[in-house]
Design a protein around this ligand. Structure first.
Ligand code: 1CP
Length: 350
Protein backbone atom coordinates (compact mmCIF):
# COMPACT_ATOMS: atom_id res chain seq x y z
CA UNK A 1 0.00 0.00 0.00
CA UNK A 2 2.65 2.50 1.02
CA UNK A 3 5.60 2.29 -1.31
CA UNK A 4 7.76 5.15 -0.15
CA UNK A 5 8.85 6.00 3.36
CA UNK A 6 7.24 9.42 3.50
CA UNK A 7 3.84 7.80 3.04
CA UNK A 8 3.89 5.81 6.26
CA UNK A 9 0.81 6.73 8.26
CA UNK A 10 2.82 7.35 11.41
CA UNK A 11 5.26 9.72 9.68
CA UNK A 12 2.45 11.56 7.94
CA UNK A 13 0.73 12.24 11.26
CA UNK A 14 4.02 13.28 12.80
CA UNK A 15 4.48 15.75 9.93
CA UNK A 16 1.02 17.17 10.74
CA UNK A 17 -0.61 15.78 7.59
CA UNK A 18 -4.06 14.21 7.25
CA UNK A 19 -4.31 10.46 7.75
CA UNK A 20 -7.13 7.92 7.25
CA UNK A 21 -7.04 6.96 10.96
CA UNK A 22 -4.86 7.72 13.95
CA UNK A 23 -1.59 5.78 13.76
CA UNK A 24 -0.68 3.96 16.97
CA UNK A 25 2.07 2.31 18.94
CA UNK A 26 2.49 1.71 22.66
CA UNK A 27 5.33 2.69 24.95
CA UNK A 28 7.02 -0.50 26.19
CA UNK A 29 5.21 -2.49 23.52
CA UNK A 30 8.02 -5.04 23.80
CA UNK A 31 8.42 -6.55 27.23
CA UNK A 32 7.47 -8.95 29.96
CA UNK A 33 3.72 -9.05 29.28
CA UNK A 34 4.58 -11.13 26.16
CA UNK A 35 5.55 -14.80 26.65
CA UNK A 36 7.73 -14.70 23.54
CA UNK A 37 9.67 -11.77 25.06
CA UNK A 38 10.26 -13.69 28.29
CA UNK A 39 11.58 -16.62 26.26
CA UNK A 40 14.13 -14.50 24.38
CA UNK A 41 15.04 -12.62 27.56
CA UNK A 42 15.91 -15.93 29.22
CA UNK A 43 17.95 -17.06 26.25
CA UNK A 44 19.89 -13.76 26.17
CA UNK A 45 21.00 -13.98 29.81
CA UNK A 46 21.35 -10.44 31.15
CA UNK A 47 19.13 -7.55 30.12
CA UNK A 48 22.05 -5.67 28.57
CA UNK A 49 22.99 -8.79 26.60
CA UNK A 50 19.51 -8.56 25.14
CA UNK A 51 20.04 -4.89 24.25
CA UNK A 52 23.52 -5.48 22.79
CA UNK A 53 22.81 -8.65 20.74
CA UNK A 54 21.24 -7.45 17.47
CA UNK A 55 19.67 -10.81 16.67
CA UNK A 56 17.76 -10.81 20.00
CA UNK A 57 16.99 -7.09 20.03
CA UNK A 58 15.58 -7.27 16.48
CA UNK A 59 13.42 -10.23 17.44
CA UNK A 60 11.87 -8.60 20.53
CA UNK A 61 11.27 -5.34 18.63
CA UNK A 62 9.33 -7.26 15.97
CA UNK A 63 7.28 -9.43 18.36
CA UNK A 64 4.54 -6.89 19.15
CA UNK A 65 4.38 -5.77 15.50
CA UNK A 66 3.63 -9.35 14.42
CA UNK A 67 0.82 -9.64 16.94
CA UNK A 68 -0.80 -6.23 16.71
CA UNK A 69 0.51 -4.52 13.56
CA UNK A 70 1.27 -1.16 15.14
CA UNK A 71 2.16 1.71 12.78
CA UNK A 72 5.59 2.08 14.38
CA UNK A 73 8.22 -0.14 15.99
CA UNK A 74 10.47 1.22 18.71
CA UNK A 75 14.07 0.08 18.84
CA UNK A 76 14.61 -2.35 21.70
CA UNK A 77 17.27 -0.86 24.00
CA UNK A 78 17.18 1.14 27.23
CA UNK A 79 17.84 4.74 28.23
CA UNK A 80 20.64 3.54 30.54
CA UNK A 81 22.88 2.26 27.75
CA UNK A 82 24.25 5.83 27.65
CA UNK A 83 25.68 5.79 31.20
CA UNK A 84 26.92 2.28 30.42
CA UNK A 85 28.69 3.66 27.33
CA UNK A 86 30.16 6.48 29.48
CA UNK A 87 31.90 3.90 31.65
CA UNK A 88 29.33 3.81 34.47
CA UNK A 89 28.33 0.13 34.22
CA UNK A 90 24.64 -0.68 34.67
CA UNK A 91 23.38 -3.92 36.18
CA UNK A 92 19.72 -4.93 35.98
CA UNK A 93 18.78 -6.87 39.08
CA UNK A 94 15.74 -9.13 39.00
CA UNK A 95 12.82 -7.36 40.68
CA UNK A 96 14.96 -4.36 41.65
CA UNK A 97 15.49 -2.56 38.37
CA UNK A 98 18.73 -0.91 37.30
CA UNK A 99 21.68 -0.47 39.67
CA UNK A 100 24.65 1.84 38.99
CA UNK A 101 27.69 2.99 40.97
CA UNK A 102 26.52 6.56 41.77
CA UNK A 103 28.12 9.68 40.25
CA UNK A 104 27.76 12.42 42.89
CA UNK A 105 30.74 14.76 42.61
CA UNK A 106 32.41 17.00 40.04
CA UNK A 107 35.39 14.61 40.10
CA UNK A 108 33.19 11.62 39.35
CA UNK A 109 31.75 13.50 36.38
CA UNK A 110 35.32 14.16 35.12
CA UNK A 111 36.01 10.42 35.31
CA UNK A 112 33.27 9.57 32.82
CA UNK A 113 34.70 8.34 29.55
CA UNK A 114 33.18 10.44 26.76
CA UNK A 115 35.50 9.12 24.05
CA UNK A 116 33.73 5.94 22.97
CA UNK A 117 29.97 6.39 23.33
CA UNK A 118 29.10 5.68 19.70
CA UNK A 119 31.67 2.86 19.50
CA UNK A 120 30.30 1.18 22.63
CA UNK A 121 26.78 1.36 21.22
CA UNK A 122 27.65 -0.12 17.79
CA UNK A 123 25.36 -3.16 18.34
CA UNK A 124 22.38 -0.81 18.71
CA UNK A 125 23.04 0.64 15.26
CA UNK A 126 23.35 -2.88 13.85
CA UNK A 127 19.91 -3.62 15.35
CA UNK A 128 18.43 -0.57 13.61
CA UNK A 129 19.92 -1.56 10.25
CA UNK A 130 18.50 -5.07 10.65
CA UNK A 131 15.09 -3.68 11.58
CA UNK A 132 14.94 -1.51 8.48
CA UNK A 133 15.49 -4.66 6.43
CA UNK A 134 12.89 -6.72 8.28
CA UNK A 135 10.04 -4.36 9.12
CA UNK A 136 6.95 -4.29 6.91
CA UNK A 137 7.19 -1.30 4.57
CA UNK A 138 4.31 0.62 6.16
CA UNK A 139 5.74 0.38 9.71
CA UNK A 140 7.96 3.28 10.83
CA UNK A 141 11.06 2.81 12.98
CA UNK A 142 11.51 4.91 16.14
CA UNK A 143 14.90 5.40 17.80
CA UNK A 144 15.15 6.88 21.27
CA UNK A 145 17.24 8.09 24.17
CA UNK A 146 16.59 9.27 27.69
CA UNK A 147 16.61 13.04 28.13
CA UNK A 148 19.62 14.32 30.15
CA UNK A 149 17.65 15.12 33.33
CA UNK A 150 16.07 11.67 33.55
CA UNK A 151 19.30 9.82 32.74
CA UNK A 152 21.11 11.98 35.31
CA UNK A 153 18.64 10.93 38.03
CA UNK A 154 19.67 7.28 37.55
CA UNK A 155 23.37 8.18 37.40
CA UNK A 156 23.26 10.23 40.59
CA UNK A 157 20.85 8.12 42.66
CA UNK A 158 22.49 4.87 41.51
CA UNK A 159 19.19 3.51 40.16
CA UNK A 160 15.48 4.26 40.38
CA UNK A 161 14.36 6.38 43.32
CA UNK A 162 11.04 7.62 44.70
CA UNK A 163 11.89 11.34 44.92
CA UNK A 164 15.24 11.95 43.16
CA UNK A 165 16.26 13.89 46.25
CA UNK A 166 20.03 13.78 45.75
CA UNK A 167 19.79 14.75 42.10
CA UNK A 168 17.45 17.63 42.88
CA UNK A 169 19.68 18.96 45.67
CA UNK A 170 22.70 18.89 43.37
CA UNK A 171 20.84 20.44 40.41
CA UNK A 172 18.97 23.11 42.36
CA UNK A 173 21.56 23.83 45.06
CA UNK A 174 24.35 24.98 42.76
CA UNK A 175 27.20 22.72 43.94
CA UNK A 176 29.69 22.33 41.07
CA UNK A 177 29.57 19.49 38.58
CA UNK A 178 25.90 18.98 37.76
CA UNK A 179 25.96 21.34 34.79
CA UNK A 180 28.98 19.45 33.45
CA UNK A 181 27.13 16.15 33.86
CA UNK A 182 24.22 17.55 31.83
CA UNK A 183 26.66 18.86 29.17
CA UNK A 184 28.22 15.39 28.90
CA UNK A 185 24.76 13.87 28.51
CA UNK A 186 23.69 16.44 25.89
CA UNK A 187 26.79 15.74 23.77
CA UNK A 188 26.57 11.96 24.17
CA UNK A 189 22.86 11.93 23.39
CA UNK A 190 23.33 14.06 20.27
CA UNK A 191 26.04 11.68 18.99
CA UNK A 192 23.93 8.64 19.86
CA UNK A 193 20.75 9.92 18.19
CA UNK A 194 22.56 11.12 15.05
CA UNK A 195 24.10 7.65 14.71
CA UNK A 196 20.66 6.05 15.24
CA UNK A 197 19.25 8.13 12.39
CA UNK A 198 22.25 7.25 10.18
CA UNK A 199 21.46 3.59 10.90
CA UNK A 200 17.79 3.91 9.87
CA UNK A 201 15.72 5.44 12.67
CA UNK A 202 13.00 7.56 11.01
CA UNK A 203 12.24 9.59 14.13
CA UNK A 204 13.69 9.75 17.63
CA UNK A 205 11.89 10.13 20.95
CA UNK A 206 13.43 11.71 24.04
CA UNK A 207 12.07 10.18 27.25
CA UNK A 208 12.06 12.66 30.13
CA UNK A 209 10.24 10.35 32.52
CA UNK A 210 11.11 12.34 35.66
CA UNK A 211 10.76 15.92 34.38
CA UNK A 212 7.64 16.32 36.53
CA UNK A 213 9.85 16.15 39.63
CA UNK A 214 11.35 19.57 38.84
CA UNK A 215 10.06 22.94 40.08
CA UNK A 216 9.51 25.60 37.42
CA UNK A 217 12.98 27.17 37.42
CA UNK A 218 14.60 23.75 37.37
CA UNK A 219 12.28 22.57 34.61
CA UNK A 220 13.41 25.33 32.28
CA UNK A 221 17.08 24.80 33.02
CA UNK A 222 17.33 21.02 33.31
CA UNK A 223 14.51 19.77 31.09
CA UNK A 224 13.73 22.36 28.39
CA UNK A 225 17.23 23.75 27.82
CA UNK A 226 19.15 20.46 27.37
CA UNK A 227 16.32 19.13 25.19
CA UNK A 228 16.40 22.26 23.03
CA UNK A 229 20.15 21.82 22.54
CA UNK A 230 19.69 18.17 21.52
CA UNK A 231 16.82 18.96 19.12
CA UNK A 232 18.87 21.78 17.52
CA UNK A 233 21.97 19.64 17.03
CA UNK A 234 20.07 16.59 15.73
CA UNK A 235 18.12 18.78 13.30
CA UNK A 236 21.28 20.49 12.10
CA UNK A 237 22.59 17.09 10.99
CA UNK A 238 19.19 15.64 9.98
CA UNK A 239 16.76 18.46 9.20
CA UNK A 240 14.15 16.05 7.79
CA UNK A 241 13.97 13.78 10.84
CA UNK A 242 11.17 14.57 13.29
CA UNK A 243 11.84 14.54 17.02
CA UNK A 244 9.26 13.58 19.69
CA UNK A 245 9.57 14.72 23.30
CA UNK A 246 8.01 13.12 26.39
CA UNK A 247 8.31 15.47 29.38
CA UNK A 248 6.25 13.22 31.64
CA UNK A 249 4.34 15.06 34.36
CA UNK A 250 5.07 18.51 32.92
CA UNK A 251 1.46 19.72 33.40
CA UNK A 252 0.87 23.20 32.02
CA UNK A 253 4.60 23.38 31.19
CA UNK A 254 3.95 21.12 28.18
CA UNK A 255 3.21 24.31 26.23
CA UNK A 256 6.55 25.98 27.01
CA UNK A 257 8.31 22.69 26.41
CA UNK A 258 6.89 22.38 22.89
CA UNK A 259 7.41 26.03 22.01
CA UNK A 260 10.95 26.25 23.31
CA UNK A 261 12.44 22.87 22.40
CA UNK A 262 11.23 22.75 18.78
CA UNK A 263 9.97 19.15 18.95
CA UNK A 264 7.70 17.96 16.13
CA UNK A 265 5.63 15.75 18.40
CA UNK A 266 4.89 15.60 22.11
CA UNK A 267 3.89 12.52 24.07
CA UNK A 268 1.45 13.37 26.86
CA UNK A 269 1.06 11.42 30.09
CA UNK A 270 -2.35 10.24 31.29
CA UNK A 271 -2.87 13.14 33.69
CA UNK A 272 -3.21 15.57 30.76
CA UNK A 273 -6.78 16.29 29.67
CA UNK A 274 -7.18 15.34 25.99
CA UNK A 275 -9.46 18.38 25.49
CA UNK A 276 -6.78 20.64 26.97
CA UNK A 277 -4.17 19.04 24.69
CA UNK A 278 -6.44 19.52 21.67
CA UNK A 279 -6.79 23.23 22.47
CA UNK A 280 -3.26 24.01 23.63
CA UNK A 281 -0.85 21.49 22.08
CA UNK A 282 -2.31 20.28 18.78
CA UNK A 283 -2.06 23.78 17.26
CA UNK A 284 1.69 23.60 17.98
CA UNK A 285 2.67 20.02 17.06
CA UNK A 286 1.51 16.42 16.81
CA UNK A 287 0.18 15.03 20.08
CA UNK A 288 0.87 11.43 21.07
CA UNK A 289 -1.08 9.69 23.82
CA UNK A 290 -2.52 9.13 26.29
CA UNK A 291 -4.46 6.09 27.55
CA UNK A 292 -3.62 5.20 31.14
CA UNK A 293 -1.75 1.86 30.92
CA UNK A 294 -3.90 0.44 33.73
CA UNK A 295 -6.84 0.46 31.29
CA UNK A 296 -4.92 -2.18 29.35
CA UNK A 297 -4.92 -4.34 32.48
CA UNK A 298 -8.65 -3.71 33.04
CA UNK A 299 -9.66 -4.38 29.42
CA UNK A 300 -13.26 -4.65 28.20
CA UNK A 301 -15.65 -1.73 27.77
CA UNK A 302 -13.89 0.46 30.33
CA UNK A 303 -10.71 0.34 28.22
CA UNK A 304 -12.44 0.66 24.86
CA UNK A 305 -14.66 3.60 25.83
CA UNK A 306 -11.73 5.49 27.36
CA UNK A 307 -9.68 4.90 24.19
CA UNK A 308 -12.59 6.01 22.05
CA UNK A 309 -12.93 9.19 24.07
CA UNK A 310 -9.24 10.00 23.49
CA UNK A 311 -9.49 9.16 19.78
CA UNK A 312 -12.48 11.42 19.26
CA UNK A 313 -11.22 14.31 21.42
CA UNK A 314 -7.85 14.40 19.65
CA UNK A 315 -9.38 13.20 16.38
CA UNK A 316 -9.05 16.42 14.43
CA UNK A 317 -5.34 15.81 14.59
CA UNK A 318 -2.54 15.70 14.37
CA UNK A 319 -2.69 12.70 16.74
CA UNK A 320 -0.77 9.47 17.26
CA UNK A 321 -2.57 7.12 19.63
CA UNK A 322 -0.40 5.82 22.47
CA UNK A 323 -0.44 5.24 26.21
CA UNK A 324 0.42 7.86 28.82
CA UNK A 325 3.30 5.63 30.02
CA UNK A 326 4.59 2.13 29.36
CA UNK A 327 2.66 -1.15 29.22
CA UNK A 328 2.92 -2.89 32.60
CA UNK A 329 3.95 -6.57 32.90
CA UNK A 330 0.52 -7.59 34.29
CA UNK A 331 -1.19 -6.63 31.00
CA UNK A 332 -3.13 -9.50 29.35
CA UNK A 333 -1.98 -9.64 25.69
CA UNK A 334 -5.59 -10.15 24.55
CA UNK A 335 -6.47 -6.70 25.90
CA UNK A 336 -3.74 -5.22 23.73
CA UNK A 337 -5.28 -7.10 20.79
CA UNK A 338 -8.76 -5.68 21.51
CA UNK A 339 -7.45 -2.13 21.79
CA UNK A 340 -5.43 -2.48 18.60
CA UNK A 341 -8.51 -3.80 16.75
CA UNK A 342 -10.47 -0.75 17.81
CA UNK A 343 -7.84 1.53 16.30
CA UNK A 344 -7.44 -0.54 13.14
CA UNK A 345 -11.21 -0.36 12.70
CA UNK A 346 -10.88 3.38 12.20
CA UNK A 347 -10.15 2.72 8.53
CA UNK A 348 -11.63 0.37 5.95
CA UNK A 349 -8.43 -0.91 4.34
CA UNK A 350 -6.67 -2.54 7.32
O1 1CP B 1 13.12 -7.76 30.97
C1 1CP B 1 13.07 -6.91 31.88
O2 1CP B 1 12.66 -7.13 33.01
C2 1CP B 1 13.56 -5.54 31.62
C3 1CP B 1 12.50 -4.49 31.70
C4 1CP B 1 12.92 -3.39 30.76
C5 1CP B 1 12.51 -3.24 29.41
C6 1CP B 1 11.54 -4.11 28.63
C7 1CP B 1 13.86 -2.37 31.04
C8 1CP B 1 14.62 -2.18 32.30
N1 1CP B 1 14.01 -1.61 29.88
C9 1CP B 1 13.20 -2.10 28.87
C10 1CP B 1 13.14 -1.62 27.47
C11 1CP B 1 12.93 -0.18 27.23
N2 1CP B 1 13.15 0.82 28.12
C12 1CP B 1 12.50 0.41 26.00
C13 1CP B 1 12.29 -0.30 24.65
C14 1CP B 1 11.13 -1.18 24.59
C15 1CP B 1 9.78 -0.64 24.24
O3 1CP B 1 9.42 0.52 24.56
O4 1CP B 1 9.04 -1.42 23.65
C16 1CP B 1 12.41 1.78 26.21
C17 1CP B 1 11.94 2.84 25.24
C18 1CP B 1 12.84 2.02 27.55
C19 1CP B 1 12.97 3.34 28.15
C20 1CP B 1 13.20 3.50 29.60
N3 1CP B 1 14.00 2.76 30.44
C21 1CP B 1 12.68 4.57 30.35
C22 1CP B 1 11.85 5.70 29.78
C23 1CP B 1 10.44 5.31 29.55
C24 1CP B 1 9.64 5.00 30.80
O5 1CP B 1 9.20 3.86 30.91
O6 1CP B 1 9.48 5.90 31.63
C25 1CP B 1 13.13 4.43 31.68
C26 1CP B 1 12.82 5.32 32.86
C27 1CP B 1 13.97 3.28 31.72
C28 1CP B 1 14.73 2.80 32.91
C29 1CP B 1 14.41 1.37 33.20
N4 1CP B 1 14.86 0.33 32.44
C30 1CP B 1 14.38 -0.85 32.93
C31 1CP B 1 13.58 -0.55 34.08
C32 1CP B 1 12.90 -1.55 34.95
C33 1CP B 1 13.58 0.85 34.20
C34 1CP B 1 12.76 1.67 35.21
C35 1CP B 1 13.37 1.73 36.56
C36 1CP B 1 12.55 2.68 37.44
O7 1CP B 1 11.41 2.37 37.76
O8 1CP B 1 13.08 3.72 37.81
Amino acid sequence: MQANGTEKRFLKALAGRKVDRAPFWYMRQAGRYLAEYRAVREQAGGFLDLCYTPEFAIEVTLQPIRRYRMDAAILFADILVVPDALGQPVAYKEGEGPVLEPVRTADAVKDLNTSNVVGHLAPVFETLRGLRRELPEDVALIGFAGAPWTVATYMVEGGGSPDHALTKRWALGGEPGFDTLIDVLVDSTVAYLKAQIDAGAETVQLFDTWSGALPESGFDRWCIEPTRRIVDAVKQAHPETPVIGFPRGAGAKYVDYVKQTGVDGVSIDSSVSPAWAAANLQPLCTVQGNLDPQFLVIGGDAMLSEAQRILSTLGNGPHIFNLGHGIVPQTPPEHVAALSELIHAGTADD
